[in-house]
Design a protein around this ligand. Sequence first.
Ligand SMILES: [Zn+2]
Length: 79
Amino acid sequence: MQCDFCGAKAPVIKKTTKSFGRGDKLVVIENIPTVHCSHCHGSYVTAETARELDRIRKNRRTVGKAKQVLVASFKKSAA
Ligand SMILES: [Zn+2]
């Protein structure tokens, strides 16, 4: 496997958790295979993974399971 950014044969796949959307469209997707390059430190998902993420987001009501999660807002301003 080659890195999409720098072409190095250094990427490793890591499973990550990400949230998408907001409000009642919010969905948290776990175990997303994300490519991490140890050469340029870029990270990205493959086109195939992006398509699957789209599919999950569209079908979140049927493929998702309701879980109780704690959601916190970051309050402190950056300034
Ligand atoms: Zn790279």
